[in-house]
Design a protein around this ligand. Sequence first.
Ligand code: AMP
Length: 174
Amino acid sequence: MTIEEVKNCIRDVYDFPVPGIVFKDLTTAFKNPSCMKFFEETMYDLYKDKGITKVIGIESRGFIMAPILGNKMGVGFVPIRKKGKLPAETIEVGYAKEYGIDIIQLHKDALVPDDVVLIHDDLLATGGTMQAAFELVKMFGVKKIYANFLVELDFLNGRQKFDSDVDVQSLIHY
Ligand code: AMP
């Protein structure tokens, strides 16, 4: 499957969730098995040799591909969740989004310093969400952090928020 064919499966929804936003709806790609295979295999090829020990998904659209990839790589899945959803002791970081503000949390025992971590989310917009996720994961003193997105909105320059030593990869660019 080509990038253009995958792009044709991603639906633009205008003025969602607020006026002025063009929402990249990936549900239309997730229901297509060829797109799912493309996502799974492209991500696996990018990260299979990196020594990754945990794949983190960011709630909630990061929860679709992150466990699939973790399972394929034979490593565990860890959820970053919105405030108030994780049941045990947590640490948290607050951040601003393309629309609205949010707080994300990890369980205090979710990671160990020996971990090499891949953080996955469906889409990079302003970069606020992933920047907050980095901050959260860095608190554990892990060895290395990789960041992955299915889609990157290049015109929002979210990538500029990350330090140059952070490895950021997106499968599809707009
Ligand atoms: P940001 O923190 O601005 O990079 O926003 C990224 C998060 O918000 C991701 O979890 C996306 O699911 C969601 N998001 C932001 N903007 C869009 C958009 N235009 N289309 C689809 N999802 C978006």
